[in-house]
Ligand binder design. Structure first.
Ligand code: PLP
Length: 446
């Protein structure tokens, strides 16, 4: 095994690793939030992970509340998932030809939706990232409707394809501006960015662009600007409005799918009696069990517009990769009711403790929740939309984060991210989090 980068004293160190990485990788990371830019300090270079713990190159272990940003539903390196991947690897890493496992995984996704929600989807296409899943869903919606415009909500993240990296311009129902350098203004102008949880704004957008909106894409429950839960009835009303206008609903369950429940957030709403249905669903994260795998699903008449049957092109050298499929299948098969019960319970204990601890130190915070997902905002009052999420003393998160890290708890390195628990978070792990909270809360309040 490569011993890694050593510091001047000859020890493995995160600082030495970060220095070396920055010399060869932009910012030293392959996805920006990993760089700790908003919390300061040095990212922990992970040497290994098991269950609820990650161990850095310096040999320190942390209770992990990042969970690979969602995939680690069962915790890290679950023995049955690892065994499934090892067995698949021994049979070959990638063929660029269909395999039985892909059919099994697609069938399992459809069966889960049918069993725990409704049989709204009939076909699944496997891709490698959530970005591809949403990008393809949008292309499909445009082809199906013959329209170009797409509505998304401010603060929702759907991956980094050009058209979905748009941000709200001033005024409602105006076309969006590029949210990243390098996105052509003409492409961003095909996206309308609206405030979340605001049905009047959605109605106004349909009024302003009659017959021109192909799709409304929405996170099933917002979790990328901190947790922004949909208000009761919001998703249903959105679907009704879109349906009446001939626009498709793309429900992005990349983060929530198979995490907040066996059929994602839509499954929870359906189980609670909601009757609305999405046209297309996107999945990622948990569906790949920690390997690069994502998917889109929908009724056959829509999905069969995809190549090779239809005119909508989509492809991938590594799509349906056999190792990723093996990890996804093993993870979903293990994700039974007990797994969700454990995650809900552990998340509830930690979220309650965060609230109570800050109340004790007299620091106003709001803990926003959506199923087992939750996040912290340094403000009082509910967080309904992106403006609310930004209207907080976000600088208080850095000292909070640093104190938790020093006490052996790895939180998401940004206040605008959800905290991820797993079925592997046991009493000792939760106890370490609870023990670390008071000191961190005092640091944030200072
Ligand atoms: N959609 C949602 C709701 C997400 O949370 C993410 C990633 O965080 C994506 C899409 C993009 O997925 P990926 O990072 O796999 O491209």
């Amino acid at each position: 095994l490569d011993p890694g980068v050593r510091d001047a004293a000859g020890s493995a160190s995160n600082e030495a690793e970060f220095d070396a990485a920055r010399g060869v990788i932009p910012g030293g990371v392959n996805s920006p939030v990993r760089a700790y830019a908003s919390v300061g300090g040095t990212p922990r270079f992970v040497a290994s992970a098991s269950g609820a713990r990650v161990t850095d190159v310096a040999g320190r272990d942390y209770v992990d509340l990042v969970g690979s940003w969602g995939p680690a539903l069962l915790g890290h390196a679950h023995p049955e998932v690892v065994a499934a991947v090892q067995a698949a690897a021994a049979r070959g890493l990638s063929f660029g030809a269909p395999t039985h496992g892909e059919t099994e995984l697609a069938a399992l996704v459809l069966a889960r939706l049918a069993e725990h929600a409704r049989p709204v989807a009939e076909r699944v296409r496997l891709v490698s990232t959530g970005t591809e899943a949403t990008m393809t869903a949008i292309r499909l919606a445009r082809a199906a409707t013959g329209r170009d415009l797409v509505v998304k909500f401010a603060g929702h993240y759907h991956g980094h394809s050009d058209g979905l990296l748009a941000e709200a311009g001033s005024g409602l129902a105006t076309q969006a501006l590029p949210a990243s350098s390098g996105v052509p203004a003409a492409i961003a102008a095909q996206t309308i960015v609206l405030p979340y949880n605001d049905l009047a704004a959605l109605g106004a957008a349909f009024d302003a662009h009659p017959g021109r909106i192909a799709a409304v894409i929405t996170e099933a429950a917002g979790a990328n600007a901190g947790v922004l839960a949909p208000e009761p009835g919001f998703n249903a009303a959105l679907a009704r409005l879109a349906g009446a206008e001939g626009a498709l609903v793309v429900l992005d369950e990349v983060l929530t799918g198979f995490r907040v429940g066996p059929a994602g957030w839509w499954g929870l709403e359906t189980a609670a009696g909601a009757a609305w249905e999405p046209d297309l669903l996107t999945f990622g994260k948990v569906i790949g069990g920690g390997m690069p795998l994502a998917a889109l699903a929908g009724r056959a008449s829509l999905m069969e517009l995809l190549a090779p049957l239809g005119p909508v092109y989509q492809a991938g050298t590594l799509s349906g990769n056999p190792l990723a499929v093996a990890a996804g299948l093993a993870t979903l098969r293990l994700a039974d009711a007990e797994v969700y019960r454990r995650i809900d319970a552990a998340a509830g204990v930690v979220a309650d403790a965060v609230e109570e601890t800050f109340a004790t130190v007299g620091q106003p915070v709001t803990v926003s929740r959506a199923g087992s997902l939750f996040s912290l905002a340094f403000r009082s009052g509910a967080v309904r939309d992106y403006d609310d999420a930004r209207d907080q003393e976000s600088w208080r998160y850095a000292p909070f984060f640093a104190s938790m890290l020093a006490d052996g708890v790895s939180l998401p390195p940004s206040v605008f991210e959800a905290w991820f628990l797993s079925a592997a978070h046991g009493e000792e792990d939760v106890a370490r989090v609870l023990d670390a909270l008071p000191r961190a809360a005092r640091a944030a309040a200072a």
